[in-house]
Write a protein that binds this ligand. Structure first.
Ligand code: SAM
Ligand code: SF4
Length: 346
């Protein structure tokens, strides 16, 4: 049953001539990457992601069929890389079906998933069989008690088991995402870097981003932000390196003799908007042209109405056209339009 109003008043004529592969935005950037949030729900409450806790989802997420239609339309526009995210994507009971539905589409060259790994130990094999090839796993500390403090759940062992299983089923390159936070986990920087000596796990440090509009959220950012440059300076042995597949904006280094790389993603200290190649779709079906922008066009109503594939392509094309040149900096650099990163998909 459709819960959303149809997009009846959209002027689509401007997009009747769609340039097929690859599509560029108005600043000449090729957009070939779609991140789809498959749920707003999450079983963790990470201190940096949902500072006010997770609010109740505003409706049911897009169905498998609708996700498949969106991906088909995106592929027709030249998008070849798809990432499933959330909330926690493995909470979707039909996540294996979603993966199968997307991996079966001709033109999808890279299908990846970002997860907290709590359920990965159980699901990795089925996901691999369904066509998933790689995962990014969030892990902000190697200390059990600290883990519980950061994510709000005593789940370190389950997550570690998930990482081991991901490696066992052959997901590669396997990446560990660490949100760097001064005074919370920056003392573990060297230990995380050393993981790459013993395991083929690419470790990537993500600069903290300010999420939410409250003073508490801003204070958290002001107190705990640490730049990638400061971290890099702490480990003089790091040497510049080529990046593993799908590294996007990461700056990549390597320790001597390491099995994997160490990357830094710097949305705050050094934006990578000039290389931004992505669109996002929220769990409710809104298209987002920029992580820091307002929610865009709602596809949900159109999907309920049985929108044709060409019109779906037009909606996506319009979103690509509306990508801003860059996100605002200084005081304006803040994700205020959502109260949790889990709502937009990180
Ligand atoms: N639940 C999954 C997970 O945690 O991997 C996927 C969704 S989560 C929103 C996607 C990514 O966003 C995670 O790597 C998480 O660490 C990152 N993230 C969330 N809030 C952030 C913040 N305030 N600053 C930087 N990264 C953040
Ligand atoms: Fe959940 Fe991921 Fe956000 Fe943590 S970062 S609260 S695991 S969505």
């Amino acid at each position: 049953m459709c819960e959303y109003k149809p997009l009846s008043t959209i002027a689509l004529s401007h997009y009747l001539t769609i340039e097929l592969t690859p599509m560029q935005d108005t600043f000449g950037r090729t957009v070939d990457y779609l991140r789809i949030s498959v749920t707003e729900a999450c079983n963790f409450r990470c201190i940096y992601c949902a500072p006010n806790g997770h609010s109740t989802p505003s409706g049911s997420p897009l169905s498998v069929e609708d996700i498949q239609r969106v991906v088909r339309a995106a592929v027709a526009l030249g998008i070849t890389k798809i990432r499933l995210t959330g909330g926690e994507p493995l909470l979707r009971r039909d996540i294996v079906k979603i993966v199968r539905a997307i991996s079966s589409i001709d033109g999808v060259q890279d299908l990846a998933l970002t997860t907290n790994a709590f359920l990965l130990g159980r699901l990795a094999r089925e996901l691999a069989d369904a066509g998933l090839r790689r995962v990014n796993i969030s892990l902000d500390t190697l200390q059990r008690d600290r883990f519980t403090h950061i994510v709000g759940v005593d789940a370190f062992d389950a997550v570690w088991a998930g990482i081991r299983e991901a490696e066992a089923v052959g997901f590669a390159p396997l990446k560990i995402n660490v949100v760097a936070m001064r005074g919370i986990n920056d003392d573990e920087f060297t230990n995380f870097a050393r993981l790459t000596l013993d395991h083929p796990w690419h470790v990537r440090f993500i600069e903290l981003m300010p999420v939410g509009s409250t003073n508490v959220a801003q204070e958290f950012f002001d107190q705990h932000f640490i730049s990638a440059a400061e971290l890099i300076a702490r480990l003089p042995e790091l040497a510049k390196s080529d990046s593993p597949q799908g590294s996007g904006p990461a700056r990549t280094y390597r320790l001597p003799e390491a099995q994997a790389t160490i990357g830094f993603i710097t949305p705050a200290s050094e934006h990578f908007c000039n290389a931004c190649n992505r669109l996002r779709v929220t769990a409710q079906g809104a298209i987002c042209a920029c992580l820091f922008g307002d929610r865009g066009e709602d596809m949900r109503g159109a999907l309920c109405e049985g929108i044709s594939e060409i019109k779906l392509q037009e909606l996506l094309a319009r979103a690509i056209d509306s990508k801003p040149e860059q996100h605002p900096f200084g005081d304006g650099f803040k994700i205020t339009s959502v109260d949790a990163m889990s709502k937009i998909g990180g």
